[in-house]
Design a protein around this ligand. Structure first.
Ligand SMILES: Nc1ncnc2c1ncn2[C@@H]1O[C@H](COP(=O)(O)OP(=O)(O)O)[C@@H](O)[C@H]1O
Ligand SMILES: C[C@@](O)(CCOP(=O)(O)O)CC(=O)O
Ligand SMILES: [Mg+2]
Length: 398
């Protein structure tokens, strides 16, 4: 079977507002980041499928013939992309030796890879021999959508390798994006990867990884925001490890236990996201005013309190918010919380020295901190000429 080799990349994301609430049908606003995950797929003649995942120190290889026994007899459940094929998940868990409910980083990454690999190639009657190597600039498990960037890359590369989607590269372009139809398909397969890793994802993360830019996401409906002011954002990683799957399950438990307390909080988060979208749109049609920034800061503060009510805060995040507020800057967690990352809004008039001092204060707490650019491109294919030297070097090691 002919396998098309490729290098693809997808961005991480930051959620401005709506994390957790979006899992329960509320609106979220999310932006892509200038930190990407890169994947190289190589055809081999070894009869083996190998994955090299240096970020999580996982290097595995299987015989294609062994994997072919895992392909479900009926393809109907596999082709129904509205949910995972429970039989394939059961077989994969047994094969990899992962009990249901495990949170092990490597097992989740391996299961997501095998699930997407088998789903893409099951219909072709033959599983191909190939090697996939992944390298990410994103911290894993920190709220910046490393799982979705990984899943989007897997989906794009495997669909491309199988010939299901054509290469967008041309003689003139060393980096190119797929069209809408292909991106829809990539997004659907990536969502299956997110289902394996997150349990019950909303789909916002893989949508941002696929389309990039700044998106409004509501019950599966993706609306790119075309006119958005250039926001300056500081990203801080508390480095407190956490699992999105556990945090999402915790919010669900709280909702079930206290529906009349938690549901209004989720409704309020929805209203925060709507007010933020409205404010951003006013800021682009008129010029941004200090009052607009006051509103954005208040929304950040209210949402951070709501996220604490949902039980996804952490003392390290409380410290972070206090430290930035002492410099007049407002922060909230981003992603699943429980540790991980936070965003801090910088106003246009925020002086360079204030930013520098805040970064230093946060580093003194042991956190990583950097100013970021938002709105990076979604999933892309690259020729080797267009990939940064240091990334190619890492990928070439395997
Ligand atoms: N570069 C990568 N290589 C392999 N697996 C990855 C990579 N990035 C993410 N993952 C998978 O995603 C999981 C982290 O997902 P999650 O808990 O949702 O955190 P987040 O998406 O916020 O980074 C990891 O445990 C791992 O299974
Ligand atoms: C908490 C949630 O809203 C975002 C999770 O993002 P991350 O995996 O922490 O990057 C879950 C989801 O939307 O699927
Ligand atoms: Mg994730």
């Amino acid at each position: 079977m002919h396998i098309k080799e490729c290098i693809v990349s997808a961005p991480g994301k930051a959620i401005l507002h709506g994390e957790h609430a979006v899992v329960h049908g509320k609106m979220a606003l999310a932006v892509s980041l200038n930190l990407r995950t890169y994947l190289q797929l190589q055809a081999t003649f070894t009869g083996k499928v190998s994955i090299n995942l240096p970020n999580i120190n996982a290097f595995l290889s299987w015989d294609v013939t062994t994997l072919s026994h895992l392909v479900p007899e009926s393809k109907a459940d596999l082709e129904n992309m509205d949910e995972l094929d429970a039989e394939l998940v059961r077989r994969l868990r047994h094969f990899v030796g992962v009990p249901n409910g495990t949170l092990d980083t490597r097992s989740m990454a391996v299961l997501a890879f095998l699930y997407i690999y088998i789903s893409v190639f099951a219909g072709s009657g033959e599983l191909p021999s190939l090697t996939v190597s992944v390298w990410s600039e994103l911290p894993t498990g920190a709220g910046l959508g490393s799982s979705s960037a990984y899943s989007v890359c897997l989906a794009a590369a495997l669909l491309s390798a199988s010939g299901t989607i054509p290469s967008p590269l041309s003689d003139q372009e060393n980096t190119a994006r797929w069209g809408e139809v292909e991106m829809e398909l990539i997004n659907r397969y990536a969502f299956q990867g997110e289902r394996i890793i997150h349990g019950n994802p909303s789909g916002v993360d893989n949508a941002v990884g696929t389309w990039g830019g700044i998106l409004r996401y509501h019950s599966g409906k993706i609306t790119p925001l075309s006119r958005v002011p250039m926001l300056r954002i500081l990203l801080t990683n508390t480095k407190v490890p956490r699992s999105t799957k556990v945090l999402v399950a915790g919010v669900r438990d709280k909702m079930n236990k206290f529906p009349f307390i938690i549901n209004p909080v989720l409704d309020s988060v929805d209203a925060i996201s709507c007010t933020c979208e409205q404010t951003l749109s006013e800021m682009t049609s008129d010029s941004p005013t200090p009052e607009h920034y006051d509103t954005l800061e208040e929304l950040i503060d209210i949402n951070q309190h709501h996220l604490n009510v949902m039980g996804v805060g952490h003392p390290a995040l409380d410290t972070l918010c206090r430290v930035t507020l002492a410099r007049g800057l407002h922060s909230k967690l981003t992603g699943a919380g429980g540790g991980g990352c936070a965003i801090t809004l910088l106003r246009p008039e925020t002086e360079h020295s204030v930013v520098q001092n805040t970064v230093q204060d946060l580093r003194d707490c042991g956190y990583d901190c950097w100013e970021t650019r938002i709105g990076a491109a979604g999933v892309q294919e690259h020729s080797p000429l267009a990939v940064k030297e240091e990334v190619l070097e890492v990928l070439a090691c395997y």
